[in-house]
Design a binder for this molecule. Structure first.
Ligand code: ZN
Ligand code: ZN
Ligand code: ZN
Length: 748
């Protein structure tokens, strides 16, 4: 069922009047179906004719309520991101719209304890005779001090069948009671607790720490950008600020990118902060989420660590909000509501009077700009902790290694002689190597050399990727699969189809040829799909059972790999070819992050970057560790092009099966928006397009794009709201889908 744009009015049946309140989840009749929703307001009189008001069918999750603070935040998000309130509240609610109860189990204990202790155990107070089986049950419970036992435990302890216990319950000799059983989050703690007294802060850490603690004690909102190189000890600072918050009665939220929410990270927080740490992420089931919510409400959980949506934990007295790796694009949700968790974390901290810390080794351009504008205070940790300074970086210009004449980059040249020798050296010394290639599959260009056409997905405007493990061509956008054709579908020539381009699977094959005997592992979405695969891989890596770790950006983020002394980037250029104003920032950030994986243990690190564009400023800056130079250049370019952070963007994608309809309606919507933008008050707003989207078709849906750029968020919001209302008046029921992305992270 589609989410509704406006709230509806229902009445609360008498029998539910004690249960249903603001924030309740309820099932209601809607036309001839049943729908779920949140109660967002109570009124004495209906706003429509009373005869039309229908009753609420029943409460869902009757023990649960969505807190008023979060309903408010949800309203703000729905308005800002142009999402429906219902969908937004379902995102903000820890359990969504699900119907869950506490899990209970039945416990049994003896009635008439006095009687059994003092009298003959052959006869019950009701005069009935107790059999040998009955006496075994009585003895078992009395031995345990009549502590309530689950039926199956009692049967085992007394060695009796279920019939015996059933009879005793029926006769009232046993009393049953229900007990709530916690569903836990399956993150176990192995190591002993850690204590901050045992860890000496560097003078730099101490200064940063002191400033944060002062802000926390002020009890007012403060925002910090903690800009610390990889390995500079940001986590220790997070832990101490949270510790101090807990000591003074405040609670804390810690956001980490989904990919970095590893058992090791959770364990680090639990070993220091103990049982008050809860974990929230999308893969928990509704029961686990509900029990976490209960523990938060009971103030047993006072710190919640999790991915994006942990932001909406209803912790009272919030004092600390941490967004680790704040530059990560995954903080932006890619379905409605398309909110940015970092921005909403700042908003929530503002409302709660909390300290918010945005941490990163490579801050986003937006956050850096905000720091310069004085919105955030920037704190820096420019040095690594530990014996080794930053790794030694070398750039290899791959243009020199392309086979002469053919212009192709084939198997033998994927790894330059320099990188090859460096890998051999690590293998001889028994150290680990990490290789980054941010493209999965085997070959991303499958081309007919007779007609020079690459094979395309029949449903999307993208080329198919060859997956060696499946021996099939695959579309990474819609999942379409087919066998590699023997004959070219365009020119009908046979034997001309070649697999070109790079992918992790091809490198895996090259590694096996060049380094026989080396133990390697491939980490990408394809190889890590199976549940628990990542944990297993992680264990093998940390226990030294792996020599070469090969992977996509999954391996570049936040992993602390003690044994890695060499990082090789197979191709530093990939992101730079995307039509995206953040391409340089992404490239710089990824290279800097992956370089930070080298030499974090007792041995120094080395990084080798292979590239066809050694003079591109993002690659050059990453290689020279020229952080300030990169940010200066990037900010300059963004200012010249009036891209964020020097403007606000809204991306509109219209899509549908009928190409003409999509194009016509895009033109009409853009027309409405442009007419509005002519008005003097909207002088600072530009409407660009419509143009076909960079990927013009996905899953047989044609896609056109309109971009709105504005100097002010408020103006953009007003203009877009007016334009959309006008458009919707003309298209009540449309064959065309409209996707709206405020502050988009990419423009595909
Ligand atoms: Zn794939
Ligand atoms: Zn052909
Ligand atoms: Zn496709």
């Amino acid at each position: 069922m589609q989410p509704l744009p406006e709230p509806l009015t229902y009445y609360i049946p008498e029998k539910w009047s004690e249960v249903i309140r603001v924030g309740s989840i309820v099932a209601v009749p809607l036309r001839s179906e049943e729908a779920a929703g949140f109660v967002i307001d109570l009124a004495d009189k209906p706003d429509i004719r009373p005869q039309l008001v229908r009753p609420i069918a029943r409460p869902l999750s009757p023990d649960y309520t969505l807190e008023p603070e979060l309903i408010d935040l949800g309203r703000w998000i729905a308005d800002y991101y142009f999402a429906s309130l219902g969908e937004t509240l379902a995102t903000v609610s820890m359990i969504g719209l699900s119907d869950v109860r506490p899990r209970t189990r039945t416990l049994l204990r003896l009635a008439h304890v006095e009687h059994w202790l003092t009298r003959n155990r052959d006869q019950a107070p009701d005069g009935k005779r107790a059999t040998a089986g009955h006496r075994q049950v009585i003895d078992a419970l009395l031995t345990a001090g009549n502590r309530p036992m689950a039926a199956e435990d009692l049967r085992a302890a007394a060695s009796v069948g279920p019939g015996v216990i059933k009879t005793m319950l029926e006769r009232g000799w046993l009393v049953a009671s229900d007990e709530i059983v916690e569903r836990d989050d399956e993150y176990d703690v192995d190591g002993p607790p850690t204590r901050s007294e045992e860890i000496q802060l560097t003078p730099r850490q101490q200064a940063v720490h002191d400033e944060l603690i002062t802000a926390l004690h002020s009890g007012a909102y403060h925002a910090f950008l903690l800009h610390g190189v990889t390995g500079s000890g940001k986590t220790e600072i997070y832990l101490r600020v949270i510790e101090e918050g807990l000591r003074t009665g405040r609670s804390a939220i810690v956001l980490v990118p989904e990919i970095s929410l590893t058992p090791q990270v959770v364990e680090a927080f639990r070993r220091r902060l103990g049982g008050v740490v809860g974990v929230y992420h999308s893969k928990l089931n509704a029961g686990q989420k509900f029990d976490l919510w209960r523990r938060i409400r009971a103030r047993e959980t006072r710190v919640v660590i999790g991915a994006r949506s942990a932001l909406f934990s209803p912790l009272p007295n919030l004092g600390v909000v941490i967004v680790d790796e704040e530059h990560e694009a995954s903080y932006k949700q890619d379905s409605t509501p398309r909110y940015h968790a970092r921005d909403m974390a700042v908003l929530r901290a503002t409302r709660a009077g909390a300290v918010v810390i945005l941490g990163s080794a490579t801050p986003s351009i937006e956050s850096l700009h905000n720091a310069r504008e004085g919105k955030y205070r920037r704190l820096t940790l420019p040095e690594r902790i530990g014996p080794h300074a930053s790794p030694v970086m070398t750039v290899v210009d791959m243009k020199r290694h392309v086979s002469q004449g053919s212009g192709e980059l084939l198997g033998g040249h994927l790894i330059s002689p320099l990188l090859e020798e460096a890998i051999h050296e690590r293998l001889r010394r028994g150290e680990q190597v990490l290789l980054l290639l941010n493209r999965r599959g085997f070959a991303n260009q499958v081309m007919c050399l007779a007609c020079s056409q690459t094979l395309q997905c029949p449903h999307c405007d993208v080329s198919l990727t060859y997956h060696k493990t499946l021996d099939q061509l695959m579309c990474h956008w819609c999942g379409y699969k087919q066998r590699v054709p023997a004959v070219c579908p365009r020119c009908n020539k046979a034997g001309e189809i070649h697999k070109l381009g790079l992918g992790t699977q091809r490198i895996e094959e090259t590694l096996a040829e060049k380094f026989p005997g080396a133990r390697s592992i491939r980490i990408d979405v394809d190889s890590m799909r199976r549940k628990g695969a990542f944990q297993q891989a992680w264990r093998a890596i940390t226990q030294g059972e792996i020599d070469i770790i090969l992977g996509t950006q999954m391996i570049a983020k936040g992993l602390h790999l003690e044994r890695v002394t060499l990082v090789g980037v197979i191709s530093a250029d990939f992101a730079l070819f995307l039509p995206d104003f953040r391409a340089a920032e992404r490239t710089y950030s990824l290279l800097t992050q992956v370089a930070g994986r080298a030499g974090r243990g007792q041995f120094p690190g080395e990084v080798i970057l292979q590239t066809f564009m050694p003079h591109h400023y993002a690659i050059d800056a990453a290689a020279r560790l020229a952080e300030e130079a990169f940010y200066e250049r990037e900010l300059h370019i963004r200012r010249m092009l009036r891209f964020p952070p020097f403007s606000r963007l809204a991306g509109l994608i219209l899509s549908g099966k009928d190409e003409h309809l999509v194009r016509d309606q895009s033109a009409q919507l853009a027309g409405f928006l442009k007419t509005l933008a002519y008005r003097p008050r909207f002088r600072a707003v530009r409407v660009l397009g419509p143009t076909p989207a960079p990927i013009g078709r996905i899953e047989d849906q044609y896609r056109w794009r309109i971009l709105i750029r504005s100097a002010h968020a408020g103006l953009l919001h007003t203009l877009l709201g007016d334009g959309l209302r006008e458009f919707e008046r003309h298209h009540k029921k449309s064959q065309v889908n409209l996707t709206l992305d405020i502050d988009p992270q990419d423009l595909l």
